[in-house]
Design a protein around this ligand. Structure first.
Ligand code: ATP
Ligand code: MG
Length: 455
């Protein structure tokens, strides 16, 4: 496929690395057709161009188009200043403190337009960096070449020029794309220090695009993954969301394990990954997530968070239940609070999502309450489907809940009459019972001998 896309790009062509002259790949030499570019992105490119500015598609969209993939979004780089961009578009809003960006809004589609940026010049680095070398402000405008060298990976620094439909390559990205290599631009040690999130980005791109990590880049991913501790929990959460939505969660998760970054994102889960059932539960969930993305279905970040936190919650819940002798629902609540508060030190998960995670985990207890009208009411619970899905995953990952799982599958798909029968059949099973008032309590027949495992 790549051969076709880089039509006449000859292997071994000298790389323009460190020169001011980019490698220019003419329209005839690459496979990007305008029919695959968003109409709105083309509108923005043409308007900038017609107003006398230079305008390029850049970043992930050029990379993905060259790989024959559908880009998630289209980013534009230009020499127009943000204020100048605003004057050209009525539907433009300027955003960002760290990066001043123009967003051109077309209904649901937003085209991001960024003015070429540069690194801080020698002697001025301190203006935009912490004492640890992390970039906190990055708002100095520069040339397209400066802009290319401050991007993260060579394959992310290709520019599609609307003036003549050529591609400009300052950093050797075209060759790396052809060779399927992810290479940090510049020195990986310095670039990871500047922004440790690049470690997660590297793993995400490798997982998604099936690239190989260039050895020097790889060496520093392993050496510097501890720098992720310096990244704010809210930025890390944004990266986790991208990881969940990329359609390649399983390969990316395996890379995260290989390069020891899971503990930076999910410390409590990472501590349990050596246990087979935790690993299995997460893998099963990620397989089905990737499948859903392939089928064009949406995924629920709250569900995946619940999957990641389920074993820490259930382990702590059992501890509170047995060691502290707490009733099961109190033990659940206490465990959920403790696990979520520790998790929020690593990732700042919005409250709204965390409440859903709570519900999905707590439903694992509610689903064991098979008496009275509870199962019927649970079917109407707004999180029932997610709770039920977690129950199914737990069973397929080997938790000893086979009977409960089969019962719920039958109850869920049964008619009303079948449900009533199913409910009758489990009245005498051991498990959480409704607390009845003395007045209504009747003498029950002795429980039958049954072989069902306790829930
Ligand atoms: P995706 O398919 O996930 O959108 P992307 O490469 O487009 O991949 P974005 O986060 O949309 O990723 O960023 C757009 C471009 O901005 C990147 O391709 C890269 O050139 C540049 N970029 C983004 N984040 C960084 C960073 N942390 N350091 C340097 N350059 C970055
Ligand atoms: Mg992008």
């Amino acid at each position: 496929m790549l051969k076709g896309l880089f039509k006449n790009l000859k292997k071994g062509k000298p790389s323009p690395v460190n020169s001011t002259q980019p490698l220019v790949i003419s329209r005839a030499e690459h496979g990007i057709s305008r029919t695959r570019i968003s109409g709105n992105a083309l509108k923005v490119l043409y308007r900038l161009h017609n107003a006398g500015y230079s305008a390029f598609l850049v970043g992930g969209c050029v990379r993905d188009l060259l790989l024959g993939r559908n880009p998630k979004d289209f980013d534009i780089a230009t020499n127009a200043l943000p204020e100048e961009v605003r004057k050209l578009f009525r539907n433009c809003r300027l955003i960002g403190k760290r990066f001043r960006l123009a967003h051109i809004v077309f209904g649901k589609e937003i085209i991001e337009v960024a003015t070429f940026r540069t690194h801080h010049k020698d002697g001025q680095e301190h203006l935009g960096q912490t004492h640890k070398g992390m970039i906190i402000r990055d708002n100095m405008y520069g040339t397209i070449e400066d802009d290319a060298w401050r991007r993260d990976f060579t394959v992310n620094a290709l520019y599609y020029n609307i003036a003549d439909f050529s591609i400009l390559d300052y950093t050797g990205g075209m060759q790396d794309l052809q060779d399927k290599v992810l290479r940090m631009i510049g020195h990986p040690e310095q670039r990871f220090h500047e922004d440790p999130v690049r470690i997660l980005r590297a793993l995400r791109f490798v997982g998604k695009l099936g690239l190989n990590i260039e050895p020097e880049t790889e060496k520093y991913i392993l050496q510097l993954n501890h720098l992720l501790e310096n990244v704010s929990p809210s930025r890390l959460f944004q990266e986790v969301l991208k990881f969940f939505q990329e359609g390649a969660t399983l390969p990316t998760f395996k890379l995260m394990q290989k390069y020891q970054v899971v503990a930076r994102l999910f410390p409590q889960t990472a501590a349990m990954l050596s246990q087979h059932d935790t690993q299995k539960l997460i893998e099963e969930a990620l397989i089905s997530t990737d499948m859903r993305m392939k089928e064009g279905k949406t995924i629920s970040p709250a569900f995946l968070l619940a999957v990641f936190l389920w074993h820490p919650v259930s382990k702590l819940m059992k501890h509170y239940q047995h060691t502290d002798d707490l009733p099961i629902h109190i033990a659940y609540e206490k465990a959920l609070r403790a696990v979520s508060s520790q998790q929020s030190e690593a990732l700042s998960i919005p409250r709204r999502l965390m409440i859903t995670v709570y519900d999905i985990c707590f439903l694992q207890h509610r689903l064991t309450c098979r008496y009275g009208s509870i199962p019927f009411r649970l079917l109407d619970h707004p999180r029932f489907r997610a709770g039920f899905d977690l129950l199914i995953l737990r069973a397929s990952a080997g938790e000893p809940i086979e009977e409960l799982h089969t019962w719920w599958v039958q109850f869920y798909s049964g008619t009303h009459e079948q449900r009533v029968e199913l409910l009758k059949a489990v009245q005498d099973l051991p498990g959480p019972k409704r607390k009845r008032s003395n007045r209504r309590r009747k003498k029950k027949p002795a429980p039958k001998n049954n072989t069902h495992p306790p829930q």
